[in-house]
Design a protein around this ligand. Structure first.
Ligand code: HEC
Ligand code: HEC
Length: 394
């Protein structure tokens, strides 16, 4: 649609809305912002840095490895311990615990493939790099190439699936073995996309000008949506179809982990990213043109990055409590209250100008929560995966 068509259309859409529900009227600008939160789901795009991205054999192997506790140093921890299928790919606790305690909250891995940076501080620049870190981290899975080779020796079926995915036996006890595993696990996670939500139905009805379909969206969610794309300024960072700009901000969540110990957030993330040989500038990037490495090459370390964390996407957020990088807020109501009461002195001096204490009325807090809840898909917390290939691999 060209510009003029779009504006005229927006006016019609807002008239439609106004007549459907007298209370909530969206401005043309707000309508454009609402439309920008879709369409959903997004089309799959292969990751050129991962040569098994989109490969059925790798997805199958990756799914099995995602749940394989014997790979871990104590035999009890797998990805699925913290990214659980019946908890919307999170673990329900403020801070994760694997082999040892971690300082951060486990994010959902659904929609993670849409990120440009991974982890709360963006210490990884690809999904496979983010999947390698927990394999190596002694506080998470803490495995080694030797251990992995032993694991495959004990399980012919798994070894056969590795051969199918990578065209060689998993008998090379080297770094490449672990990177390949991470790439297969990444291929599996690329299949995890949240489903359509009541918000998406509303957004598409708005795009079509379908008055009847619009009316199905609860009024409180509608009022909350208006705050989200209007006075609340939430859309500024929680933008686009996944409700994140993929960038890093300080929204005033304390970053002290313990007295005298701080989480450097984005600052530490950039340092770790640059220091790692597993980033996209390193030898394991399968994209020969290296076009995928541009953002990593240009990332700059600045003092303001200290205490900034990645804007999380908000799809299915109602089923992934607790919240924030350190799990410090228990409910969505607590999060909305946090934005309502924001302590501006806590924010960076150079200012996240976009953030102001919103001083919301109790009913407005309810409305924003209702809107956030309308971003939940039909499966909710309990993710149902298609049955695994039951035939033995040979
Ligand atoms: C002990 C709990 C734990 C285990 C086990 C674990 N994770 Fe995580 N995961 C986390 C935490 C905590 C973070 C946030 C890390 C950070 O901010 O750097 C995270 C972040 C991620 C991310 C980044 C998501 C995003 O949106 O940025 C991905 C992808 C991921 N994990 C995949 C995996 C895979 C694959 C495995 C298994 C190989 C795994 N995790 C094992 C707790 C865990
Ligand atoms: C300046 C950018 C920015 C704005 C504006 C903003 N957010 Fe956030 N939001 C973030 C960041 C960054 C985090 C993670 C902060 C952290 O963990 O320290 C976050 C976290 C959240 C979370 C927790 C999600 C999770 O999985 O832990 C929710 C819910 C949320 N924001 C909703 C909102 C709402 C509602 C508004 C408007 C009132 C809003 N945000 C405005 C950047 C922003």
């Amino acid at each position: 649609m060209h510009r003029r068509g779009r504006a005229a259309f927006a006016v019609v859409a807002s008239l439609l809305l106004a007549s459907a529900r007298a209370e909530v009227v969206f401005t043309d600008e707000e309508v454009q912002r609402i439309l920008a939160h879709g369409p959903w789901p997004p089309a799959f795009v292969r990751d050129p840095s991962n040569r098994v991205s989109g490969s059925a054999a790798a997805i199958d192997l990756g799914r099995r490895l995602f749940g394989d506790a014997p790979l871990s140093a104590n035999g009890y921890v797998a990805c699925v311990s913290c990214h659980q299928t019946d908890r919307a790919w999170t673990d329900g606790v403020p801070r994760a615990r694997g082999m040892g305690p971690l300082d951060r909250n486990s994010p959902s891995v659904a929609n993670a493939w849409l990120n440009r940076w991974f982890g709360w501080g963006g210490a990884a620049d690809s999904l496979w790099m983010a999947s390698l870190r927990p394999l190596l981290d002694p506080n998470e899975i803490g495995t080694t190439p030797q251990r992995v080779v032993e694991r495959f020796k004990l399980n012919d079926d798994l070894a056969c699936r590795y051969r199918r995915a990578f065209g060689r036996a998993p008998d090379h006890a080297d770094e490449t073995l672990l990177v390949n595993m991470a790439k297969a696990i990444a291929a599996f996670q690329e299949t995890l996309t949240t489903g359509r939500t009541p918000f998406d139905d509303f957004r598409d009805a708005l795009a079509r000008g379908d008055r009847r379909a619009l009316a199905a969206y609860p009024e409180s969610a509608r009022r909350g949506l208006k705050l989200f794309v209007g006075r609340g300024n939430c859309f500024f960072c929680h933008s686009g179809p996944a409700f994140t700009n993929g960038e890093f901000h300080d929204v005033g969540v304390p970053y002290f982990v313990a007295p005298g110990k701080a989480d450097g957030g984005r600052y530490a993330g950039i340092q770790a990213l640059r220091a790692s040989r597993f980033n996209l500038l390193g030898p394991y990037n399968d994209d020969e043109a290296r076009s995928t490495a541009t953002k990593t090459r240009h990332v700059e370390l600045a003092a303001r990055h200290w205490g900034e964390f990645k804007t999380p996407g908000l799809r299915n957020v109602a089923v992934t409590a607790p919240y924030m990088h350190n799990g410090s807020l228990a409910t969505l109501r607590d999060v909305v209250r946090h934005y309502s009461e924001l302590n501006e002195e806590r924010l960076h001096a150079d200012g996240e100008r976009i953030l102001r204490p919103l001083k919301l009325a109790p009913s407005e807090i309810d409305d924003l929560v209702a809107f956030l809840e309308s971003l939940t898909d039909r499966e909710g917390a309990r993710r149902v995966l298609p049955p695994l290939d039951a035939l033995p691999c040979r």
